[in-house]
Design a protein around this ligand. Sequence first.
Ligand code: ZN
Length: 260
Amino acid sequence: MRFRQGIRRIVAPNPGPMTYHGTNSWLVDWHGGTVVIDPGSEDETHLAAILREAGDALSHILLTHTHSDHLSGAMTLHRRTGVPVAGYHTSAEPSFTPTLKLSDGDRIAGLTVVHTPGHAMDHLCFEAPDSLLFSGDHVMGWSTSVVPPHPWGDLSLFVANLEKVRDRGDAVILSAHGPAITQPRALIQNLLDHRHAREASIAALLKATPQPFETLLARAYLNLRPDLLLPARANLLAHLEKLESEGRAAHHDQHWRSLG
Ligand SMILES: [Zn+2]
């Protein structure tokens, strides 16, 4: 799908509860060729489609972060083409080191790097000309992002970086899953409101006497679908860690209590 002059989208065939229809792979033309942002999974037909679209012009593989639905396709494409993979200088995936190590504010292939840790500690957004931002999994058009607990994620940073991206005032955001976001400010404010409401409800579950994590999980997520159990556990723990970092909660072993 051609989204805007010089920007095309190919959706990877890896649909699921965490990926929506699949990972969006974005092809972006610049004067030195074409970059692909997030080649997605290593599905053969998907990688073939990327290579067919980009052809010999493929100059860089850009990674918003190193979760497997982004990294696996990048590594396969890199091995096959020799095209460099650019990602955050400190990879969160121990088995992977980017060929080109990026930092906040760097310029690469006509794009500006914006470090946005939270969903993953190595998460990057890429700013394109004309008020357009590629947001990876940091801001998505179909759902809230899962924020894992430490050391994989950080909910306090995630919230701060949502506010940062909200206040940038981009006209359009293109994410790694879901449709284009044409009202970024309103959508991000909704995401923030959702987080704050979730935090308030979790804070309200805590008592002065310690409760097991599993009890809190059952109370926080009623009638949870089995395939969402893992992300729910991660999200709850991330919220508890945020409350603890703010001096509002404390834990001993797997038991949490309120300090409020
Ligand atoms: Zn991710």
